[in-house]
Design a protein around this ligand. Sequence first.
Ligand code: SF4
Length: 314
Amino acid sequence: MKILLQFPEGLKQKALEHAVMLEKEGNEIFISASPTFGACDLAIDEAKNIGAEKLIHFGHAEFHKVDFNVEYIDYRYDAPMDKLPESLRFLDKFKTIGLMTTIQHIHQLDDVKKFYEDNGKKVIIGKPYGFAKKTGQILGCDIGSAASIDREVEALVYFGGGLFHPLGALLHTKKPFLLVEPFNNTVEFLDRYRDIYARKSRGRVIASLDVKKVGILVSTKNGQHNMSLAKVLKSKLEKEGISTGILVANTFDFESINNMMEFDAFVNTACPRIAVDDTDRTIKPLLSANEIMEVIKLRNERKELRKITSNHNQ
Ligand code: SF4
């Protein structure tokens, strides 16, 4: 069978090993060299272009149904659990905690839960909204496993590597949020980031109050494509007298975006994390859909205020 293999960045180093194995089984194997961000980003067009009958996507669970033969091979990894005892010191005053992780460590969640229960905690594990599939799993764009239990718990604990995943959950919850990072031996509360990101978001909104031309980013990736949202935003912005252009790409290159100097701001409809993590990569403000709606609201309030002031002065 003719097969295209696709690996996320962290697993690309294993590509040849898998290709050789599958070739030995009699398959004709190709490896996608494009950047890969998640199962929202399947290399279906590449597979079709080379006439592959199947795409094997490594490292992520299924995101949503697609009209192509895709096999998902999740990548599970045993993270060391030796930071858990230290985390108890941080959780001292909390009786009920919520627990979450990524797909790579989801098989360890029961053991982590048991550890906290054995140490006197009540542990609640939430359910994702739908893009993530396993109880307690979070994705950069599916923080349901945290947000759904935010009211019931006194603190939230993320067990796993990196900041990308916990950051999304942190920004959609209110409770103290502890990172237990087993790979770089970090145990710390991340709550300070809520303020930092809220201030940055406010800054982008304020900086966009006088925009005249807005570029709306639409991705062609299978799980990030949202043309209907782009069209709704386009119509709302144009009603306000703001010109818009819908900018289409598979992966957005911020250098190219920065070359589009006629736009005063950009609005993201692709991976929601672009308007959180990549905002420092554009010269002009890069806003989320909610942020541009806030811009419209503030512009209208400002118009009203000006009307009242001018009536008052007459
Ligand atoms: S956070 Fe973005 S890159 Fe990750 S799965 Fe969601 S849409 Fe894809």
